[in-house]
Ligand binder design. Structure first.
Ligand code: GTR
Length: 438
């Protein structure tokens, strides 16, 4: 485990000074840089393929693709409270955690409401003989009533039949086509490899993000946002600048699934892995920050606005991600081209999940999502995990290709290939769950 002095240095100083400090304080690995491509090249840690860099530079010449072009940046210390108090005990964390949560709510993801006035759960389909007898299919309609309005969406589950105890669950916040989670299994997709998850003894579930908030600039309010706000504030620019957007609305739905799980004795609500890909991964991280009932939070290639450090400005910038005007708050637009002014960065989002389990997956060719920036968020959340005695993940420890780093309760990998959620990613996530939950 790293010393407290070392972990503080990692979060307080610019990366160049950090590198020096790393060398001076003789940390276990001295190859982390953010800004020293020569050292990366000599080490075994992941580095982007020069051909991929060249092609990204050609297609999107206005963005940063090379490590040497990443600006120096200061990362705020997650363990330094707004009043200047240094947090060094787990008991002191909830108060600091609340401050960080509020920063993310007001500047980035918005204030989402609590549970609705009334909830209802109806099993609308049950098949104990699904997947040739290997699984039970259960489809649950989740209805929320609030202020005289009503909203319903479905959650699909497959439960492993050869398990007699409550099954731990992988829940996907699906941002792609409904076909990817086909309950009939006529369509099968590597994006949600249900048969393989059942085979490994886990239950698998899915919700459709669009059912909660359509992924559309004009229509995003026509789901659970309307349930709370009615029709009055339909357009983004008529809403409060810190009002919740689509990402928060998707996560609100995941929390309603959690409410249901607490009522289903066959599913283990204490062992739920919430998983999202890309925009779904941004939403799963925020959902895991807002709702501490998720015991494992997984971000697959969530990139900008998700796991990647914004202040690196590598690949997708804040201005670029804000082209989806309905995902974040109006306030977040103020940081377009002003990443340095952010009073937080995404390592603090990861910190909000501590001491629970978190796993971040990147892909080799997905430079738009900044694999190194995603890893560094996890590494720079280490001081918070160390409050509970968990060994630090050092910034210089980024693993090589297809070589997951498990440092319970955290995991990270960079998979070969491009932007996608694949069975290989799922296998790494299940390996993490095996370690954490068996
Ligand atoms: C990209 C976008 C990312 C990511 C992704 C996706 O085009 O720039 O932020 O969310 O789409 O969701 O597939």
């Amino acid at each position: 485990m790293s010393t407290p002095q070392t972990t503080c240095l990692f979060t307080r100083f610019p990366v160049s000074i950090l590198l020096l400090a790393t060398l001076l304080f003789a940390c276990t690995d001295t190859t982390e840089r953010g800004a020293d491509p020569a050292a990366i090249a000599e080490s075994h840690i992941w580095q982007p393929d020069p051909e991929v860099i060249a092609s990204r530079e050609e297609n999107r010449p206005d963005y940063i693709w090379r490590e040497e072009d990443v600006p120096d940046y200061d990362l705020p210390d997650p363990l330094m409270s707004e009043s200047g108090q240094v947090i060094n005990q787990p008991e002191e964390w909830p108060e600091r955690r609340a401050e960080i949560l509020e920063q993310f709510r007001s500047h980035m993801y918005g204030h989402r409401p609590g549970p609705p006035d009334e909830s209802g759960f109806d099993v609308i389909e049950e098949n104990p003989d699904a997947m040739n007898g290997a699984a039970t299919l259960r489809i649950v309609e989740i209805t929320s009533r609030h202020d005289g309005r009503e909203h319903s969406f479905d959650a699909i589950f497959f439960l492993p039949n050869d398990r007699t105890d409550p099954a731990p669950l992988f829940l996907l916040m699906n941002n792609r086509d409904r076909d990817n989670t086909d309950p009939t299994r006529e369509e099968q997709s590597g994006f949600w490899p249900a048969e393989e998850v059942i085979e490994r003894g886990y239950a698998i579930g899915a919700i459709q993000n669009n059912d909660l908030a359509p992924d559309d600039d004009d229509e995003f309010h026509e789901g659970v946002i309307r349930l709370f706000e009615g029709d009055d504030s339909a357009l983004h620019n008529e809403r409060e600048p810190d009002a919740w957007g689509a990402l928060a609305a998707w996560g609100w739905g995941a929390s309603r699934v959690m409410d249901y799980l607490e009522t289903d004795p066959e599913l283990d609500g204490d062992h739920v892995a919430l998983l999202g890909h890309s925009r779904g991964g941004k939403a799963s991280l925020w959902a895991g920050a807002e709702d501490e009932r998720f015991s494992l939070v997984i971000s697959n290639e969530s990139g900008s606005g998700g796991a990647a450090l914004s202040k690196r400005e590598y690949g997708e910038t804040i201005r670029a991600v804000n082209r989806f005007t309905h995902w974040f708050t109006g306030n977040f637009m103020e940081f377009n081209d002003h990443e340095a002014e952010l009073p937080f960065d995404q390592h603090m989002l990861i910190s909000l999940i501590a001491p629970r389990a978190v796993y971040i997956g990147s892909a080799d060719e997905d430079l738009w999502a900044d694999p190194r920036g995603e890893f560094l968020s996890l590494a720079h959340a280490s001081p918070v995990y160390s409050l509970w005695g968990y060994e630090a993940i050092q910034p210089g420890e980024m693993p090589g290709l297809d070589d997951p780093l498990f440092r319970d309760p955290r995991g990270y990998h960079v998979r070969s290939g491009g932007h996608n959620l694949t069975p290989q990613d799922w296998h790494y996530y299940m390996d993490a769950a095996d370690r954490l939950w068996e």
